[in-house]
Write a new protein. Structure first.
Length: 71
């Protein structure tokens, strides 16, 4: 991915399995990190969930197959 912002991300210290979870209950620690993340908007742009069918967390939201999962 171009311009990967991972080092600046509030979730950078969290496990990769929690960042790429598909389970809403497991996503809560990452979503809390997103709330204070300085690159939240840029994260979603890099992930580009609707064009990549992304599974995981990006931009403060949980995605499955590029669609937002309601919490």
């Amino acid at each position: 991915m171009p311009d990967q912002p991972s080092r600046e991300a509030a979730c950078a210290h969290l496990s990769e399995s929690s960042v790429f979870t598909r389970v809403p209950a497991e996503a809560e620690p990452v979503l809390r990190a997103c709330d204070r993340c300085p690159i939240r908007k840029r994260c979603e742009a890099v992930v580009d969930p609707s064009h990549t069918w992304f599974d995981g967390l990006g931009g403060g939201r949980l995605w499955r197959n590029g669609r937002e999962v309601t919490r």
